[in-house]
Design a protein around this ligand. Structure first.
Ligand SMILES: N[C@@H](Cc1ccccc1)C(=O)O
Length: 512
């Protein structure tokens, strides 16, 4: 079997070298014989078990006794019974209160210790009501207790390896967990026995063959360099195949990065960024874009209305009057208008913006000519959520104003969005319809998994839009689903992945 033992930790190596092939291995032995502490021993066991070199062969819970502080004190001074016996042996019979003050023990302690001595026949109360020793020396239980206390100094006592007499003596003096005046605390500990597996045996042989001792140095220190001791030392090899610990530095969300990249790109092309509120009104979101107020896309199924307050205060003039007249009869835009009576209450209804074009409408009255503007706008439309639809979505919106801009300029921009920003290889530009542009062009791209889908719309704003808002030059306009572009660019197959809270999948995603 080919086993790579170079990456074993010295704690594992020393353990493997130490144990015989057929041996049962216990923590006690490893701690005692290899001078490991409990933590090191547990680590060696768990690492070797994880590698399949060790198997657990049995597990038992053992009762153990641990000397308490009180026990240590008694061990040093002697137990009350011992001390009373030694004292009355040396000084002759004593009254109990005198014993208490001479030995600095509580009366109750004297009482119970004398009781034990007299019951066992080592002392008695004489005619003068004084405690008197009855034998030459203590034996039995009293000696056992002293011995147990002494052995307790050296470490925990395992019940299973105690004699019946010791167990009986221990039962009298030890209390379960923590009693302040008990010399021993009773604890229970799990003992696991391990044995080498076949792989473990191979590993042991491989270690011996490779002369790995576990004493190799893992660290070059200034000390071993300055003393020159490195010359004699043997070193642990680098485990070039050892897995490194995973570093998870903070990083930006890939979609956030993408949005920033798009913004930077547009700014570097001379676009100015615009932005606006999420809550808009029908006027800017639709009316100013020459969408008739009775247009079906504006009914309650598509747009989210604001419940409170339902209406905004007032719409800025002269835009309100100019737009209203344009709807009614074309005003002086050269159009006949939609020929209905403009609803001044409807126009003030508050909505969540449903298209980024609302930003373009706001921009027109204050735009520079020539000028280029863009924005990334979160928009809201009621929709059934699926791989390519959300209830809210981001659009990258933009306008270019100027005497000499035309359809060719627009197509050039759309090509840049589809090919450079979305990264699509197959693109289709098809005629479309929007109430605010003429002509209108839709952009479609082909996604490797989802197939063809629409990126968004574009066109040249109609004079009904531009003139009513104070602009008299051609204005190119577009609104493209930037979520969909990101889907393509980031190599994802579902819009919902852009917004996933699953941190693992976000970490794995390639950034921009
Ligand atoms: N606002 C349109 C897209 C569009 C923008 C600008 C001009 C033409 C079309 C939409 O959301 O679908």
């Amino acid at each position: 079997m080919d086993i790579d033992v170079k990456n074993l930790h010295p704690l594992e190596v020393r353990l493997l070298r130490h144990v015989d092939l057929a041996e049962q291995i216990t923590a006690e032995r490893i701690i005692g014989e290899l001078d490991y502490n409990v933590g090191q021993c547990n680590q060696a066991f768990s690492w070797l078990s994880a590698k399949g070199y060790l198997v657990e062969t049995s597990r038992e819970t053992r009762v153990m006794y641990e000397l308490t502080e009180f026990g240590r004190e008694q061990q040093q001074k002697g137990t009350p019974a011992q001390r009373i016996f030694t004292f009355i042996k040396a000084e002759g019979p004593q009254a109990l209160p005198d014993l208490a003050s001479a030995l600095q023990l509580e009366k109750s302690e004297i009482g119970s210790a004398f009781g034990q001595l007299s019951k066992a026949g080592f002392a008695k109360m004489n005619a003068d009501n004084k405690a008197q020793a009855l034998s030459e020396e203590l034996s039995g239980e009293f000696i056992l207790t002293a011995e147990l206390l002494e052995r307790g100094l050296g470490g925990e006592l395992v019940e299973a390896s105690m004699s019946e007499a010791e167990k009986a003596a221990m039962a009298k003096i030890a209390k379960k967990r923590g009693s302040a005046n008990s010399p021993f605390k009773v604890i229970e500990r799990e003992f696991i026995t391990f044995a080498l597996t076949e792989e473990g045996k191979c590993a042991k042989e491989a270690i011996l063959k490779a002369h790995i001792t576990g004493e190799e140095l893992g660290l070059v220190t200034s000390e071993i360099l300055s003393t020159g001791s490195w010359k004699q030392a043997s070193f642990r090899p680098y485990g070039l195949n050892a897995p490194t610990s995973r570093l998870i530095p903070g990083r930006h969300n890939p979609y956030g990065n993408y949005l920033q990249w798009v913004k930077d790109k547009l700014c570097s092309l001379g676009f100015e960024e615009f932005d606006g509120p999420l809550v808009e009104n029908e006027f800017w979101n639709g009316d100013a874009l020459f969408m008739p107020q009775f247009h079906s896309a504006r009914d309650i199924h598509d747009v989210y209305y604001v419940k409170d307050p339902v209406h905004c205060k007032e719409i800025e003039e002269p835009w309100l009057s100019q737009v209203a007249k344009t709807h009614e009869n074309g005003w002086n835009t050269g159009s006949r208008g939609w020929r209905y009576s403009f609803d001044h209450e409807f126009t003030r209804r508050q909505v969540l913006r449903s298209q980024g074009t609302v930003l373009s409408a706001h921009q027109l009255p204050k735009a520079k000519v020539p000028g280029k503007y863009f924005g990334v706008a979160r928009c809201f439309r009621y929709d059934q959520v699926d791989a390519t639809h959300g209830a809210d979505f981001y659009q990258t919106e933009g306008i270019v104003l100027g005497e000499d801009v035309n359809l060719k300029t627009l197509l050039g921009l759309l090509k840049m969005f589809a090919e450079e920003i979305a990264g699509a290889e197959e693109v289709k530009y098809v005629p479309g319809y929007f109430p605010f542009t003429e002509p209108s062009i839709e952009v479609h791209i082909k996604h490797p998994v989802l197939g063809w889908f629409e990126l968004g719309g574009s066109g040249i704003f109609r004079p009904e839009v531009t003139k009513a808002l104070g602009i008299d030059v051609p204005v190119l306009a577009w609104g493209l689903g930037i979520d969909r572009m990101a889907l393509m660019h980031l190599g994802l197959n579902d819009l919902r992945e852009l917004f996933t809270p699953n941190i693992e999948s976000v970490r794995m995603r390639r950034g921009n």
